[in-house]
Design a protein around this ligand. Structure first.
Ligand SMILES: Nc1ncnc2c1ncn2[C@@H]1O[C@H](COP(=O)(O)OP(=O)(O)OP(=O)(O)O)[C@@H](O)[C@H]1O
Ligand SMILES: [Mg+2]
Length: 274
């Protein structure tokens, strides 16, 4: 698998990447049945990696383990920037699916976005960074709106702006576009790709949508089985300047789609991937 051998790769992972070796997790303490086990993969700095799998397979749990919000099981090695994850690492920010519940209704968009900067940087810097984050998600003109005045897609943009304002090294996203209509989803996918191009952030993106995973990612990790394992670790060797129509019509896109579809729908699950 990519990332285990070359020494320079080890240094890269030290920078802003994740490393998972033999990772497991359960609920209900050590006696709980594992949700996943033996999970090995690397996410290199600046890479966009999707965790793909069916409902209940353990994607959110794995993302929470990467983000230090859920403990990994005994013997697991989970690292960010070369250091073991024992709690939420600095410079790693999570974006959850349930955007509606997490905006403060009495604060404007701009004021919601700079929330995480309060008491960290001075007011002028808060406004500057919030303005820039809102520009990146295309909401500069809506800075003074209140959450109730926003559509679902706009609220999700605010969530992303809230994450970007922290200048994270890595973004962990849990089905962030799951509840959106197809057009809004496509627009936000493209906005996210552009933001990642500009910032070179590492992104780990959870989805059960095969097309979304291929369109966005440099690499896809397919989880399946119970307990789950890595059924496939696959590089998406499509050119980076992606387009909602032409990319999805490329023969290589269709090949990847078929291959991943087969992995997701085969019951045997845990074959080693490349
Ligand atoms: N707080 C919890 N307590 C006990 N079991 C849990 C808890 N959260 C999740 N689980 C169980 O862990 C397993 C994996 O859940 P997880 O939420 O990680 O799946 P998922 O792949 O994200 O699913 P979905 O696509 O539906 O979001 C499921 O069987 C679920 O029932
Ligand atoms: Mg989930």
């Amino acid at each position: 698998m990519a990332g285990n051998a070359a020494p320079q790769l080890a240094n890269e992972v030290e920078a802003t990447g994740f490393q998972c070796r033999g990772a497991s997790a359960s609920y209900g303490g050590a006696s709980g049945a594992p949700i996943f086990e033996g999970v090995d993969f690397d996410v290199h700095p600046g890479e966009f990696v999707s965790l793909l799998g069916g409902s209940g397979v353990g994607k959110t749990t794995l993302l929470r383990v990467l983000g230090g919000l859920h403990p990994a099981g005994k013997g697991s090695q989970v690292r960010f920037a070369g250091r073991p994850v024992t709690g939420p690492p600095d410079r790693v920010v999570m974006v959850f699916q349930n955007y509606a519940a997490s905006l403060l209704p009495w604060r404007t968009v701009e004021s919601n976005v700079r929330l995480g900067l309060e008491r960290k940087v001075d007011k002028a810097e808060q406004h500057r960074r919030a303005g820039r984050a809102l520009e990146m998600v295309g909401l500069a003109k809506n800075a003074h709106y209140y959450p109730r005045q926003l559509s679902g897609g706009m609220q999700q943009r605010v969530q992303i702006a809230r994450a970007l304002v922290m200048n994270p090294d890595a973004l962990l996203m849990d089905e962030p576009f799951g509840a959106l209509d197809a057009i809004t989803k496509a627009t936000l996918q493209d906005a996210l790709l552009e933001i990642q191009r500009q910032t070179s952030m590492t992104v780990v993106f959870v989805t059960h949508d095969l097309d979304e995973a291929i369109y966005l990612s440099d690499r896809i990790i397919v989880l399946s089985g119970s307990p789950a394992g890595v059924a496939r670790n696959l590089r998406v060797d499509l050119p980076r300047d992606r387009d909602q129509v032409s990319t999805k019509a490329e023969p290589r896109y269709l090949e990847l789609r078929q291959e991943i579809y087969n992995v997701m729908h085969s019951s045997s699950g845990k074959a080693a991937g490349s």
